[in-house]
Design a protein around this ligand. Structure first.
Ligand code: NAI
Ligand code: MG
Length: 332
């Protein structure tokens, strides 16, 4: 049956890279009904809407969502990120943000082969906090971190399940337990408890600052990393940079319980600096589409696209030339 795929191109390079991802899905012969959503900074500037309820309901009716990137320099920070991206993650309960990294030809270190599982619905991104006496010399701003046993446990369990299906079968918890002693304590204890369900899976713990060193100098030590929302955001830009560029880094925002659609998007943002120039690498978006195919059970098509992307390692060209070349290989 044709999958109902919601498409949020978004802003900047978002629509450019998503168009290439859909081109490749067409080449792979995937049957789907596209449902386009006009959401992002441009929509907000036009009519003040960020995520109307009707759009959210229509998104709930999809089997999966492909998102390019959202955010424009002329929209105040946070409006789109909180009102659209984070709201979708929270409302659709996309609690596991899964980001794989494999060394490409321009990798800083060819030992990279890992998946980062980032908790996606809590932490500092949950929005706890506020201002007091804003705009005065004595103003106060607080930004809390929300960590629930339920939220941490389901994320950690997803990481262990992913590791179990991998050859190395190893999970590293990354946090900052020595300073964030409340949240860190909850994460560490929960990790230890979940680990007992997976006796064959190896485990380690690293502080996030040390993990930044290891990711650059010795990334081969990582198989699956599980971490909180903020650390995961930062570590996965680093993951992109060490493994061959942010234009390659894919991600899946999963609701593993499948009570609604999951959302697939490249790690990168809308890159206003290169929008419209044809310089955007579409491979992060195409690989995100591969993750979507896997999640939808289109294993054979996923494998063909994955192989085509792997064989595109030394290809150069504009955004659409790269998309064309990969689509051609998928068809071949
Ligand atoms: P960015 O990821 O858009 O760009 C960072 C750097 O990477 C830029 O130099 C850009 O040219 C380059 N880059 C990004 N994607 C690339 C690609 N596919 N190929 C080649 N080069 C690429 O991050 P930035 O500049 O911090 O944010 C720009 C806007 O995107 C902001 O409004 C931000 O809020 C938003 N954003 C949205 C995200 C999303 O929709 N999930 C995620 C991150 C940022
Ligand atoms: Mg980020």
């Amino acid at each position: 049956m044709a999958h109902r795929i919601g498409i949020i191109g978004g802003d900047g390079i978002g629509p450019e890279v998503v168009a290439e991802a859909m081109k490749v899905l067409d080449a792979a012969g995937v049957e789907y009904t596209p449902v386009a959503f006009d959401l992002g900074g441009a929509r907000y500037l036009r009519d003040g809407e960020v995520l109307p309820d009707a759009d959210l309901e229509a998104i709930r009716g999809c089997d999966a969502v492909m998102l390019g990137a959202v955010g424009t320099p002329d929209v105040p920070p946070g409006v789109i990120e909180r009102g659209l991206l984070l709201r979708l993650r929270f409302e659709l309960d996309l609690y596991a943000n899964v980001r794989p990294f494999v060394a490409g030809s321009s990798a800083l270190n060819d030992g990279v082969d890992m998946i980062v599982v980032r908790e996606n619905t809590e932490g500092t991104y949950a929005g706890e906090g506020g201002f007091l006496r804003k705009g005065t010399p004595r103003e106060v701003a607080t930004q809390g971190s929300v960590n629930t046993r339920f939220g941490v446990e389901r994320c950690v369990r997803h990481a262990f399940e992913l590791a179990q299906a991998r050859e190395r079968n190893h999970v590293t918890l990354v946090h900052k337990t020595n300073v964030l002693t409340f949240a860190g304590d909850l994460w560490e204890r929960t990790f230890g408890i979940v680990a007992t369900e997976f006796p064959r899976t190896g485990t380690a713990y690293h502080h996030v600052d040390a993990a930044c060193i290891y990711l650059v100098q010795d990334p081969g030590r990582y198989d699956v990393i599980v971490t909180d929302n903020l650390f995961g955001d930062i570590l996965t830009d680093l993951g992109g940079a060490i493994s061959g560029g942010i234009g390659r880094a894919a991600s899946a925002n999963l609701n593993p319980d499948r009570s609604g659609p999951s959302l697939f998007e490249p790690v990168h943002g809308s890159a206003p600096d290169i929008a419209g120039t044809g310089k955007a690498d579409p491979r992060a978006a195409i690989t995100s589409a591969v993750m979507m195919l896997d999640f939808l059970g289109e294993t054979e098509a996923a494998q063909r696209v994955r192989d085509a992307v792997a064989n595109s390692e030394d290809m150069t060209g504009t955004t659409s030339e790269l998309g064309d070349a990969i689509a051609e290989r998928v068809q071949a």
